[in-house]
Design a binder for this molecule. Structure first.
Ligand code: SAM
Length: 200
């Protein structure tokens, strides 16, 4: 479990309107993926650190059974309200993601990640990898848009593709980890789309 201070930090950002990570829409690389011949087939999906729910709405609109999780009450309230207004089937629960393994053991076909991994402290990364493994069914998949910038400090904390592989490969098979051509302008050249499958 993370500290209350961390949840308050993110909650404060939503209240202050310093939530510049929120692009007001689903991440374009996820839109492209779902409209491509390689689109994953719908299943039960967890969106970690879902914020206002834009990615959750996208996957729900493509037939996925989606739950978005975030520990910031303002994010969950906004996602819930937005979901009602756009008649999305996505659900949203206020949770610390590091508490989810006991509540949702091996329940998801997919874990979806976009700017949550870069939001947690680097020392939490091994726990995050374990969390994703615990939430997924055997053969379940992580679909992740990683923020691969190389600036010091954070959040957002940067990472290299090689480091991502080091964290995930002991427990996941790497299916793909590629730079994306259609990031939002402020993240151009600094995102990789990863596709990992849980090792049983
Ligand atoms: C950079 S924001 C990204 C939000 C969303 N994915 C988006 O793209 O708009 C990171 C989000 O992760 C949430 N978060 C960070 N650590 C968390 C944790 N331990 N449990 C639940 N949510 C967490 C924050 O509250 C915040 O909404």
């Amino acid at each position: 479990m993370m500290s209350i201070k961390e949840a308050e930090y993110w909650e404060q950002r939503y209240h202050e309107g310093t939530d510049r990570w929120d692009i007001g829409q689903a991440a374009p690389p996820f839109v492209s993926l779902l409209n491509s011949p390689h689109a994953p087939k719908p299943g039960r999906a967890a969106v970690l650190g879902c914020g206002r729910g834009h990615d959750a709405f996208l996957f729900a609109a493509h037939g996925f059974d989606v739950i978005g999780f975030d520990f910031a009450p303002a994010a969950i309230a906004a996602a819930t309200t937005l979901g009602q207004s756009n008649q999305s089937q996505a659900q949203f629960f206020q949770r610390d993601i590091f508490d989810l393994a006991a509540e949702f053991p091996s329940e998801f076909d997919y874990v979806i990640e976009h700017t949550c991994f870069c939001a947690i402290a680097p020392e939490q990364r091994p726990a995050y990898v374990q969390l994703v493994h615990s939430l997924l069914k055997p053969q379940g998949k992580l679909l992740a848009l990683f923020f691969t910038h190389n600036r010091p400090g954070g959040p957002p904390f940067g990472i290299t593709p090689a480091e991502i592989q080091q964290y995930f490969e002991p427990y996941f098979n790497l299916l793909a980890l590629k730079p994306v051509p259609n990031s939002v302008p402020e993240r151009q050249g600094e995102e990789h789309l990863g596709h990992f499958q849980r090792q049983t």
